[in-house]
Design a protein around this ligand. Structure first.
Ligand code: DX5
Ligand code: ZN
Length: 215
């Protein structure tokens, strides 16, 4: 059964506390928090102060997805803000191996996120340092985009790589996830599903989360 990590990006930011409380009482496993800097991606969202503000509202793991340039500069700051899992982008990291080690040394689970164009083979040599691989199934920057179908093949390839190396790395899918693809993603080998607009754009987000959990 995949873990469900709803993204607060699609929540009503004027009522972020309410959205966090909703995720806390729902069947969601993790909170997914999308940090964007207007450089690595065109959009700007929120950073450490917002994460710190919602941290007391739940003890569920905070899965922080950094879509920022030079992410290695902020590893300790996000730990202090309350991140449990910190993902940085392959495409933003010149020294990925070192940064993943730094994330673990800081006491967090290490994550690497891959843009749709990046082959899973490009992280073959850092899998042992990686607790989570976030496969982007849309181009990062915005919620509500269409799921890219070639993701299934990437999940299968990555799963085979993880098995071959014998690591415990989790595969997370981020972007365009809904009831239309959740089951296929699970069958392909996904361990964590992120869903933003599908959850917060629905009439009853708690029920939508329960529906994803039930696949
Ligand atoms: C996109 C973010 C996603 C986003 C997903 O750049 O990384 O986490 O919130 O939103 P949906 O589920 O609407 O595609
Ligand atoms: Zn994300």
């Amino acid at each position: 059964m995949p873990l469900i990590a709803p993204s607060l990006l699609s929540a009503d930011f004027s009522e972020l506390g309410k959205a966090a409380a909703l995720l806390h009482r729902s069947e969601a496993d993790w909170f997914h928090l999308d940090v964007m800097d207007g450089r690595f991606v065109p959009n700007i969202t929120f950073g450490m102060p917002v994460i710190k503000a919602i941290r007391p509202l739940s003890d569920k793991p905070f899965d922080v997805h950094l879509m920022i340039a030079e992410p290695e500069r902020y590893i300790e700051d996000f730990k202090k803000a309350g991140a449990d899992i910190l993902s940085i982008h392959l495409e933003a990291s010149t020294h990925l191996h070192r940064s993943l080690q730094a994330i673990r040394q800081c006491g967090m689970k290490s994550g690497v996120a891959l843009n749709p164009h990046s082959p899973v083979e490009s992280i073959e040599h850092v899998l042992a340092e990686t607790d989570l691989v976030c496969l982007m199934s849309v181009n990062p920057g915005f919620g509500g985009q269409k799921f890219i179908e070639s993701t299934y093949e990437k999940v299968r390839r990555l799963k085979a790589m993880i098995h071959a190396q014998g690591t415990n790395t989790l595969i997370e899918i981020d972007g365009g996830v809904s009831d239309a693809n959740a089951e296929l993603l699970k069958d392909a080998g996904a361990d964590v599903l992120v869903a933003g607009s599908y959850v917060f754009g629905s009439a009853d987000p708690e029920k939508t989360i329960a529906g994803l959990k039930a696949i």
